[in-house]
Design a protein around this ligand. Sequence first.
Ligand code: MLT
Length: 410
Amino acid sequence: MFSLNSNYLKLKAGYLFPEIARRVQEFITTNPSQADHLIRCGIGDVTEPLPLAVREAMHVAVDEMGSRSTFRGYGPEQGYDFLRRAIQQSEYAARGIPIAEDEIFISDGSKCDGGNILDILGAHPSVALMDPVYPVYVDTNVMAGHTGNAREDGSYEGIVYLECTPENHFIPSLPQRRVDLIYLCYPNNPTGAVASHQALRAWVQYAREHQALLLFDAAYEAYIQDKTLPHSIYEIPGARQCAIEFRSFSKKAGFTGVRCAFTIIPKELLALSATGEKKPLHALWHRRFTTKFNGVSYITQRGAAAIYTPEGAAQVQALLDHYIGNAAILREAVIAAGLTVYGGVHAPYLWVKSPQGETSWQTFDRFLHDYRIVITPGSGFGRAGEGYFRISAFNSRENILEVVKRLSSC
Ligand code: MLT
């Protein structure tokens, strides 16, 4: 008989967010009258309408599709020039970062790109991950067969876990042993921590010295408030030789349901072939894109490009101000409730210490039952997340103020 990918059998029961959804559904089933009172601060999903400039651009694009002369069929798999150019100019050239238009690959999401990137890398890389960590990095490496089995505590054999704690400001120490792949995410999901130039310089230096690859997830860069902090790994000299960057319109412009993101692969980024030659990854990713992907829809890419117009940029800023304003309100409320909080300043996530003696899932259950607030248990992000929980600031202002009210009875 044909066989399955046994690596999938190593995965722990469920992906974190479906598991939260299951528990919330169970609560609603046993407490139907409470369903309308639930406030969801669990998964980081945007709640506010798409910016007007985005919607208008999409409407125009829809109309273009209605006329033979402007109709579009298959587009360039790696993205239309108009969007790649807008990204190149606004996200990189404007900051003095040397990225070429054809080093930008438009996709339907960073989650997909983060998993798919493993297709073009060698078969058995050693992998280092921050702990706590966005679970997609872990699970995609398990699926690809880069790990051993799961341990009792949920960690996987073979992965190098880099602990992120308040003591190290959630910036882990360099790995004790050499690794091939290092996943970094700043501003960080889930801790809300942000990395300085100095911190990122150490990682670029490590990667250059050890011929390792940095997979840099910058999905939340738009939330950085301090103008001196880096938005891109390519602000660090030498990063073009050792890093891939993932960016997304999901949290920046409210695109979680629209789907549009991009990944940068610099042409100088080389990896070793089986015969020991150094070859550019750019060509492989391009090949993968043109073979396995037909590109993001024209309508979506027109919507994404609109965020780089003056009106679009102002509307996106208003959206970001809304969510980061929510985070500031939540921070104050959590502190007033006597809890210890991290993050929530340069990121839409607050990382909160569970009250003494409570596990993350116990706090989750208590918040669900006593306050009808859905949070994310820290242990869902890894062993070092135990004893913490994450609150997402993606919500309406009305809901955030209601959370504040409920927390005041904490
Ligand atoms: C989260 O809540 O961690 C994110 O929304 C998940 C994601 O971006 O896929």
